[in-house]
Design a protein around this ligand. Structure first.
Ligand code: PLP
Length: 396
C-alpha cells in the first residue's frame, strides 16, 4: 500500500464534487439522475467570448504569461471594478488565478499562520473551511439559520472576534444560502471592523451579477476599510465560464505580491487563452450575463412554488446565486420507503437513491440541518426533479 502524506488527512474533499461523482456513477448504471448538486450555470459561454478564445489561439497567445496575468487583463479588471463597484485599483493590486478557488487559496496561505483564527459565518462555501485547515488556521463559525435569513448580525460578528482573529471570510451573494447582505448590514460590520484594525476581510463576490435585488455593495467601498479588504471575484458564474478557470483578487499591493509569490510556485499564471477571452468578457457587453440572471430568477420562482408544496421544508427566499437551501430537519428520525433519515447526509442520499435527484448535504456548508438544491438547470429538469422529490417525501 502506498504511504500517502499525513497532510491529506487534515482536510476533506469537496462534498459538491463527491455528490456529482455519485450522480455520475448512478447514471452510468442507467439511472435517469437529475443533477441539482453542482454549482455552475447550465448556459454555455457567450459567443463573443468563445470567439475571443479562438482568436487568441490563432494569434498564438500560447506562451507563459506574467504570473499575475497579462497587463491588459489586469487593466480590464481595474476598469470593471471602477465601473461596477466605484473602486479604484491599479494593475499592481490585481492577481489573476486559475479560478476564484485558487485566488482564495493564495490569499489564505498569504495571511493565515498556524493557530490564526478565521471567522466564517455559516452556511459557507465548502472550500472555505478546508483551505483554512490547509493553512493550519482555526475556523471560527458564526451560526445563522433559516430564521435569521441566513445572515449574521454585527453583534454576533463582534462576539466571535478574539486576539487571534486574523481574517473574516464571507460571500455575498452567498453560496449556499443565496443571502445577500445589504449596504446597511455591511456598514454595521464595518463599524465593528473599525475597532479591530488587525483583521483582514476576504469578500467573495463571485455571484455579484446573480443578484435579484440589485445594488451590489462591497466592503471595499468603505474607504477606512479598503486597505484591509481583499475582493475575490471571477468569471465562472457571471459569464458562464467555469471551465475556463479564471478568478482574480483586488488587494493591497503587499497581499497581491504575496499571492503572486505563492502562485508562482504552484501553477504560474492561468491559461493564456482564457486570459485573452476574459479581457473581451470584462470589457464587452454584459447583456448576456443579465439575461442569464433573468433566467435564474424565473427558475428560482418555479423552485419556490414547488417548495410551497413541502411545508415541512423550511426555506428562505434567496436574493442571489442559484441555490435554495431548505432546513430539512423535520425529516430527521423518520423512515420513508424503508430508508431511515438521521441527518442531512441521509436526506440527500435518500433523495438521490429514491428520486434520482442529486443535492448536497448541509453539513458540508457548516449547516447540518439543511440541504442545497441548485436551480441552475433547465425548467424541464427542475420540474421533473421536484415532482420526484415531492412524490418520494410524501410516500410512506
Ligand atoms: N466562491 C464561491 C462562493 C463559489 O461558490 C465558487 C464556486 O463554486 C468559487 C468561489 C470558486 O469559483 P471558481 O470556479 O472561479 O474557482
Amino acid at each position: 500500500m502506498i504511504k500517502l502524506s499525513s497532510f491529506l488527512t487534515t482536510f476533506n474533499e469537496p462534498e459538491t464534487l463527491r455528490m456529482a461523482k455519485l450522480a455520475r456513477e448512478l447514471r452510468a448504471q442507467g439511472k435517469d439522475v437529475i443533477d441539482l448538486s453542482l454549482g455552475e450555470p447550465d448556459f454555455n459561454t457567450p459567443e463573443h467570448i468563445k470567439n475571443a478564445g479562438i482568436k487568441a489561439i490563432n494569434d498564438d497567445w500560447s506562451h507563459y504569461t506574467p504570473v499575475s496575468g497579462y497587463l491588459d487583463l489586469r487593466e480590464a479588471v481595474c476598469n470593471k471594478l471602477k465601473i461596477d463597484n466605484q473602486l479604484e485599483y491599479q494593475p499592481e493590486n490585481i492577481v489573476v488565478s486559475t479560478g476564484a478557488k485558487q485566488s482564495l487559496a493564495n490569499v489564505i496561505l498569504s495571511l493565515v499562520d498556524q493557530g490564526d483564527e478565521v471567522i466564517i459565518p455559516t452556511p459557507y462555501w465548502v472550500t472555505y473551511s478546508e483551505l483554512v485547515k490547509i493553512a493550519r488556521g482555526v475556523v471560527v463559525e458564526v451560526p445563522s439559520s433559516v430564521e435569521s435569513n441566513y445572515k449574521i448580525t454585527s453583534q454576533q460578528l463582534e462576539q466571535a472576534i478574539s486576539s487571534k482573529t486574523k481574517v473574516f471570510l464571507f460571500s455575498s451573494p452567498c453560496n449556499p444560502s443565496g443571502a445577500v447582505y445589504s449596504e446597511q448590514e455591511l456598514r454595521a460590520f464595518a463599524e465593528v471592523f473599525k475597532k479591530y484594525p488587525d483583521i483582514y476581510i476576504l469578500s467573495d463576490e463571485i455571484y455579484e451579477y446573480i443578484n435579484y435585488i440589485g445594488n451590489h455593495f462591497s466592503l471595499a467601498q468603505i474607504p477606512e476599510l479598503k486597505d484591509r479588504v481583499i475582493v475575490i471575484n471571477g468569471l465562472s458564474k457571471g459569464f458562464a465560464m467555469t471551465g475556463w478557470r479564471l478568478g482574480y483578487i483586488a488587494a493591497p499591493k503587499e497581499i497581491a505580491q504575496a499571492c503572486d509569490k505563492i502562485q508562482g510556485q504552484f501553477t504560474s499564471a492561468t491559461c493564456s487563452i482564457a486570459q485573452k477571452a476574459a479581457v473581451v468578457a470584462l470589457n464587452g457587453s454584459k447583456e448576456q450575463s443579465y439575461e442569464m440572471t433573468k433566467a435564474f430568477k424565473e427558475r428560482l420562482h418555479i423552485t419556490l412554488d414547488w417548495l410551497k408544496k413541502l411545508p415541512n421544508l423550511k426555506c428562505t427566499v434567496p436574493d442571489g446565486a442559484f441555490y435554495v437551501f431548505p432546513d430539512v430537519s423535520y425529516y430527521f428520525g423518520k423512515t420513508i420507503k424503508g430508508f431511515a433519515i438521521h441527518d442531512s447526509a441521509d436526506f440527500s442520499m435518500f433523495i438521490l437513491h429514491h428520486a434520482h435527484v442529486s443535492s448536497v448535504m448541509g453539513a458540508a456548508f457548516g449547516a447540518p440541518n439543511c440541504v442545497r438544491f441548485s436551480y441552475a438547470n433547465s425548467i424541464e429538469n427542475i420540474n421533473r426533479a421536484w415532482i420526484r422529490i415531492i412524490d418520494c417525501l410524501n410516500s410512506n
